[in-house]
Design a protein around this ligand. Structure first.
Ligand code: UTP
Length: 293
């Protein structure tokens, strides 16, 4: 497959499950420990070798653009206080000049529509798509695992990250049907958005990381409304799968659905327990809360 140089981050949703926190602040800026969700996924993309970061934003999301820019007053204050570590941290997190682009979705018509809004910035090359409300915790990032797996595939392949989910929760997700195995990948035979419990083709759900061919934009251009009246990415992928191969990678690592309150809180605890500077104190605090300390 051709190199994957660009990644799209759709960040224009309303985040209604986190109201009132997301009334004036984007969901994607909620912190997991001390880094916003969007920073975690940008880090994952950078680690996978992505060179161009494309954000599809909306109203109330300007702060995301500010987050990925320099902050002179803060840098000045930190320099005066000789806070070298903090200055280094800020510099390290920043995409290089000219490597981040922002476009507006204008109306939150669904994930498929958000992806379509990136078409001019992506152009005609395969690209990565990362949903910032899904975090995957592993020493090798999920997108890097996908790009490793993509190396031996043909130029028209598409890959989606999948993971197992208990049967009673499958009706909340996109579910894939799988065929033969090819290395760490399965060929995808079917995709269904939010299947009825007895209709799910497997227990593997689509998890928020994709490598897609630019032909997906042609399917999205029809702006067909699907489940919930939204323009669904899964519908466009189903159409594209008629002419191009789709593969599913069951990635290594633990995922957190940070679009839900419980998933978000679990991510905060898991990421805190993975941080040597705070893990002992967090563990002690958790024990106290659970009445074991
Ligand atoms: P979600 O459906 O999880 O996010 O979309 P949401 O709609 O913001 O959240 P709730 O359900 O109201 O709480 C997954 C990702 O796709 C983006 C969201 O910002 C989120 O990062 N998205 C969704 C868009 O960019 N545009 C849309 O129209 C819908």
């Amino acid at each position: 497959m051709k190199p994957i140089r660009k990644a799209v981050f759709p960040v224009a949703g309303l985040g209604t499950r986190f109201l009132p926190a997301t009334k004036a602040m984007p969901k994607e800026m909620l912190p997991v420990v001390d880094r916003p969700l969007i920073q975690h996924v940008v880090d994952e993309a950078r680690e996978a070798g992505i060179e161009h970061f494309i954000f599809v934003t909306g109203r109330n999301k300007a702060v995301i653009e500010d987050h990925f820019d320099r902050q002179f007053e803060l840098e000045h204050a930190l320099t005066e206080r000789q806070r070298c570590d903090d200055l280094e941290l800020l510099a390290r997190d920043l995409p290089g000049p000219g490597t981040a682009s922002f476009t507006r979705q204008q109306l939150p018509l669904g994930l498929g529509h958000a992806v379509w809004c990136a078409r001019e910035l992506v152009g005609r090359e395969p690209f990565a798509l990362l949903l910032p409300d899904v975090l995957v915790q592993h020493n090798r990032g999920c997108l890097a695992q996908m790009i490793d797996a993509a190396r031996d595939l043909g130029d028209n392949a598409n890959i989606i990250a999948v993971e197992q989910m208990p049967a009673d929760r499958l009706d909340m997700y996109g579910v894939v049907g799988i065929g033969e195995r090819r290395g760490g990948l399965f060929s995808v035979t079917q995709m269904v958005e939010k299947p009825a419990r007895d209709r799910a083709p497997s227990n593997l759900i689509i998890t928020g990381r994709y490598i897609l061919q630019p032909d997906i934009f042609d399917s999205l251009a029809a702006e067909k409304r699907g489940a919930g009246g939204e323009i669904q990415l899964t519908d466009a992928m189903i159409e594209l799968a008629r002419s191009e191969p789709f593969y599913a990678l069951e990635f290594e690592g633990r995922s957190f659905d940070c679009g839900s309150k419980v998933g978000f809180l679990a991510a905060n605890i898991a990421y805190a327990l993975d941080r040597s500077d705070i893990a002992p104190a967090v563990r002690a605090e958790l024990k106290r809360l659970l009445g074991e300390g």
